[in-house]
Ligand binder design. Structure first.
Ligand code: BG6
Length: 534
C-alpha cells in the first residue's frame, strides 16, 4: 500500500489518451457495444425538436466517432420539401445547436449525403409502404443492414396511429426468440413525451404499442435521464462507500428537488394549456429525479434491474388525495414581471393562452415515501416557469448533530450539512459543512466542498439526446422509462390533478415573473425547513 497523490492521478487521467489510460481500459472492459448499422426515421421531421435537438445530436455523435459505418437519416413529414430543402433546414439547426461545428471538415457533407426526406402523411398507408421501399434501397446503397430506429417526434395524437401503420406496412417485427448469434435485423421505436395525459390514456397508448411491438422495442424518452449529471446520481450513490450508509431516514432530514426555469411558455401556449407544470415537468422529469435519489441499490446495472428499483419508489409514494392534495401542494401562475431587468408578460397574456386560464405554471409538492429507508423524511419538489433563473438541483439536507456542543451563543450559526447535486447549469456536487472561523473564539461558519464537472474533467458534457440516441441504437434501454414506471407516475399525478380541477380557480396563486413563486409555497415546509435560495 502507498500514499496516493490524488491531484496527480486526476491530472494523469485527463492528459492520457484513452488507449493508454488504465482507467479508460477499466471502463471499456464493461463498455458499450459498437453501434450497429441502421437507418433512423424521424417522424415529425419538419418540427422544432428535429432541427434543434435530434439532428445536432446525431451530428455530434458523428463528430465523436460514435455513428456506425452504415447509417442514414430519413425525415418523414407532410411539408412539401425536397431532400435538399430538408438538408438545408437541418444544416441551419446544426450550425446553431451542435456542440461544435466546422464548415471545412466535410463532416456535414457526409451526414447530408446520408440524409433523405420522405414526404407523406401520417394517416396515409401508401406513405408507409413507400417508406419501406426507400429503407430497403438504403440497406443496399448505404449498408444500413435492415435495422431501423423510428423516432416519434410528432404531436402525441399521432403516436398510436404511426405505430399501427408501421405494423400494417410490415415495417416492425417483434424480436424472435430464435435469433442467431449474429442477431437479426431489429426495429425499435423512440417515443417523445408526453406519453399519455393521465393513467388511462397512458395505458391505452401502451396497449396500442404492445399490439405491434415488444416492450423491449419501446424506448419512452425522458431527456432528463440522458443528462450527464442525472446519470451521475447512480454513480455517486453506488460507487462511493461514504454516502450510502447515511442515505436514509436516520441521517437525512429532508430532500428538496428544484427545477426552475426563467423562460415562459413562449409559443407553446396550446400545448401548455393542456399540460401545465404538473404534467409537463412533475410527472416525468421530477419524479424520475426523485426515483433515482430514493431508489434502493439495484442488483446490477441492467436496464430492468435499475428500473425495477425506480418503480418500487413510485409505488411507495404515499398517494395524495382530496384534502391531502390541498394541504401538500401549491400551484401558481405567473403574472407580468421582469427577468434580468426585462419586462415579460403574464401567462394569461402569452400567445394562444386563454385570458382566464387557471393552468398552473408553478407547482410545489410535499411528498412522502412509505418505505423502511424514507419513513418520516419529507421530499419537497418544486418547479416553475418565469422564476429568477434556470437551475436544477437536488439538495439532501442532513439532520443536525444530536447535541449542540458549541453552546447557545453560536447555535444559530451551526447549520445542517447539505449535499447538493447540481444538475444544471453549473454541473457539479457540493457539500456544506461547518468549520471553525480562525481566531481566538469558537465560531462556526458553513463552508463548501465543491466538485465541478468542467474543472475536473475539462470536457463539455454531451447533450442528453446524444446519449439517448446512441443507447437506442445500441439497444440499451436503461435510460428510458418502462411501461409500469410511466403508469405509476401518472397514477400519482392524476389524483393531484383531479383535486386541483375540483377546486377550480380556488387555490391558484399568482406570482410575479422573476420571483421565486407564490409565498404559500413556504407553508408547505415543515418545522424550520426553508426552500433553498438558488
Ligand atoms: C421539457 C418541457 O420536457 O423540458 C419544457 O416540456 C421544459 O417545458 C424543458 O422547458 C426543460 O428541459 P431542460 O433540459 O431545458 O431543463
Amino acid at each position: 500500500m502507498r500514499w496516493l497523490d490524488v491531484d496527480a492521478t486526476i491530472d494523469h487521467m485527463n492528459k492520457t489518451p484513452a488507449a493508454d489510460n488504465p482507467f479508460a481500459d477499466a471502463d471499456s472492459a464493461e463498455g458499450r457495444r459498437a453501434p450497429p448499422p441502421c437507418a433512423v426515421v424521424l417522424f415529425g421531421a419538419s418540427g422544432d425538436l428535429t432541427r434543434r435537438k435530434l439532428v445536432p445530436a446525431i451530428y455530434n455523435l458523428l463528430r465523436d466517432g460514435h455513428l456506425p459505418g452504415g447509417f442514414a437519416i430519413v425525415g418523414f413529414a407532410r411539408r412539401d420539401w425536397s431532400d435538399d430543402q430538408f438538408r438545408a433546414e437541418l444544416l441551419d439547426g446544426v450550425r446553431e445547436h451542435a456542440r461544435s461545428f466546422s464548415e471545412d471538415d466535410g463532416l456535414w457533407e457526409r451526414l447530408a449525403g446520408a440524409t433523405f426526406y420522405h414526404r407523406a402523411s401520417f394517416d396515409d398507408a401508401g406513405g408507409f409502404e413507400s417508406l419501406g421501399k426507400r429503407l430497403a434501397g438504403l440497406d443496399d446503397d448505404l449498408g444500413t443492414g435492415g435495422n431501423r430506429l423510428f423516432y416519434l417526434a410528432t404531436a402525441p395524437e399521432y403516436f398510436a396511429p404511426i405505430v399501427g401503420r408501421l405494423g400494417a406496412a410490415g415495417l416492425v417485427q417483434r424480436p424472435s426468440a430464435a435469433a442467431g448469434p449474429r442477431g437479426e435485423p431489429w426495429t425499435r421505436v423512440i417515443v417523445e413525451k408526453p406519453f399519455g395525459h393521465d393513467v388511462e390514456s397512458a395505458r391505452e397508448l401502451n396497449c396500442a404499442f404492445l399490439d405491434v411491438l415488444d416492450e423491449s422495442q419501446i424506448y419512452r424518452i425522458d431527456h432528463y435521464l440522458g443528462k450527464e449529471t442525472v446519470q451521475n446520481i447512480l454513480a455517486f450513490r453506488f460507487s462511493n462507500g461514504i454516502f450510502e450508509p447515511l442515505w436514509n431516514q436516520k441521517y437525512i432530514d429532508h430532500v428538496q428537488i428544484t427545477v426552475s426555469e426563467d423562460l415562459g411558455v413562449g409559443s407553446r401556449g396550446p400545448y401548455y394549456e393542456s399540460s401545465g407544470a404538473l404534467r409537463d415537468m412533475m410527472q416525468n422529469h421530477i419524479l424520475q429525479l426523485l426515483s433515482l435519489v430514493a431508489m434502493e441499490p439495484p442488483v446490477s446495472l441492467d436496464a430492468d434491474a435499475i428500473r425495477d428499483e425506480k418503480v418500487k419508489v413510485l409505488r411507495s409514494m404515499r398517494p395524495l388525495r382530496g384534502e391531502a392534495v390541498l394541504r401538500s401542494s401549491v400551484r401558481g401562475q405567473y403574472v407580468a414581471g421582469s427577468i434580468l431587468g426585462e419586462p415579460v408578460p403574464g401567462y394569461r397574456e402569452e400567445e394562444r393562452v386563454d385570458p382566464a386560464s387557471v393552468t398552473a405554471t408553478y407547482v410545489a409538492l410535499r411528498v412522502s415515501i412509505d418505505s423502511w429507508r424514507w419513513a418520516g423524511v419529507p421530499f419537497y419538489l418544486r418547479h416553475g416557469k418565469r422564476l429568477p433563473k434556470k437551475a436544477t438541483e437536488i439538495a439532501i439536507q442532513f439532520r443536525v448533530p444530536p447535541m449542540r456542543l458549541f453552546g447557545s451563543a453560536t447555535a444559530r450559526s451551526v447549520q445542517p450539512n447539505v449535499l447538493i447535486l447540481n444538475i444544471q447549469p453549473d454541473e457539479g456536487i457540493s457539500l456544506r459543512f461547518g468549520s471553525k472561523v480562525p481566531g481566538p473564539d469558537i465560531r462556526v461558519r458553513p463552508v463548501k466542498m465543491d466538485f465541478r464537472y468542467g474543472h475536473s474533467f475539462g470536457v463539455a458534457s454531451p447533450d442528453a439526446y446524444e446519449r439517448l440516441l446512441l443507447d437506442a441504437i445500441t439497444g440499451d434501454s436503461t435510460l428510458f422509462t418502462r411501461r409500469d414506471e410511466v403508469e405509476h407516475a401518472w397514477r400519482f399525478i392524476d389524483e393531484i390533478d383531479r383535486a386541483w380541477r375540483d377546486a377550480g380557480a380556488d387555490g391558484l396563486r399568482f406570482y410575479e415573473a422573476g420571483t421565486w413563486g407564490p409565498q404559500e409555497a413556504d407553508d408547505l415546509l415543515e418545522g424550520d425547513d426553508v426552500w433553498r435560495r438558488l
